[in-house]
Design a protein around this ligand. Sequence first.
Ligand code: EPU
Length: 433
Amino acid sequence: MQFIINGGKKLEGEIKLAGAKNAATKMMVASILTGEECVLQNFPDIGDTRITQELCRSIGSEITQEGNVLRIKTPAVKNSKVSSFSRRNRIPILALGPLLARAGEAEIPILGGDKIGPRPVDIHIGALTAMGARIEVLPDRYAASAPAGLKGAKISLRYPSVGATENTILAAVLAKGRTVIQNAAIEPEITDLIKFLQKMGAIIELGANRVIYVDGVEKLGGAEHAILPDRNEAVSFACLAVATGGKIFAEDARQEDLITFLNTLRKIGGEYRPEPSGITFWRPVGAKLRPVKIETDTHPGFMTDWQQPTAVLLTQAEGTSSIHETVYEDRFGYASDLNLMGADIKVETKCLGELACRFRGKDFHHSATITGPRPLRAADLHVRDLRSGIAHVIAALIAGGRSTITGVEEIDRGYEKIDERLSRLGAEIERKN
Ligand code: EPU
């Protein structure tokens, strides 16, 4: 599947954000903790939620989807060994807790997902093991059991991993006793998952200083929840509006989840106006864009998933910007694609910033300088991973001429019908087989 894009047009109009990919998939897995029906509204129709539906169905879930409402019910866990399930995303590991709680044993495949670094799962495994799970790492799968059931434990994560925090919470809600998670991740998608679990009957407290307390309960029930809007979509549309000199109203975008990005956007020279039902983004008439220094971080810092669209915007700023990626070791693969289009991006192993970084002194190309402004020209590109794919799309929409982007299934994993929605903003983008 490919996109043919004729760039160089201002994008203007309104676009409604889909529900967050990185909350929807986790809530589907959370629903396995009960035999009752759960209803997820604002449910995004994207590749990753389809993959996760396959996973849940193979476990025993009954699922129906009407528009953006998903109904999911798992009366019984029919199959807790889902290791033959395809390795297309990273969600199966989150099913370990729910499967251990309901079936006492589980097998899941070695994970897939974007190729943006080695992405180990030692923190997940450490936390579940501390709660009484026995986990064997086999060449093609993880085999887990909890003969005596899961028990609450005091767990200190060596890094505030999003997935490991979610995994620990999902395992703890039905475990015996209290689990204390120190150095937890606190992304808004995690808070949304906690809200959903609370509705299901869980007892979860958000303490100060990244501490989360979970008091295990006997049983959880069905719940209905509207998934929070996708922050990554909001950022992508904001960058598009400012980069093309247009104006986009992102319906449902929430200021409180985007504070760090909004500050960065204003420093660059873009503008925004939060309104009750969303945020309008635009580039003031005649405004020149300015360079900035960005360091990606865990929430509430500048999110790693925002650096790719922002980097494209910075190719249009006057001067040299820097991005220090402190979350993933290898997330600048797309830089060479943008350079092919005329950008001037240099990637290096040095830490270009002050944040404590796990990659300091190691041979990871995790910093970049971007010098602009550089007019971008059309190119033929192949998508490497989801977020770099959206960077390709934004770059092609800025560039003069006709670009071809192949492998757009990766973009479809996280952006709902992006071609149709961008067309409504005035983009010339066509999908072809
Ligand atoms: N890490 C470990 N060991 C672990 C777990 C993580 O070393 O056991 C490392 C990772 O290798 C990485 C860092 O910790 O360097 C952060 O990983 P984290 O666990 O926080 O990320 P994740 O849960 O795998 C989620 C999102 C990502 C997003 C990150 C950071 C999902 C499905 N994925 O991944 O989203 O970038 O949090 O916010 O929720 C995307 O949507 O394109 C995407 C990659």
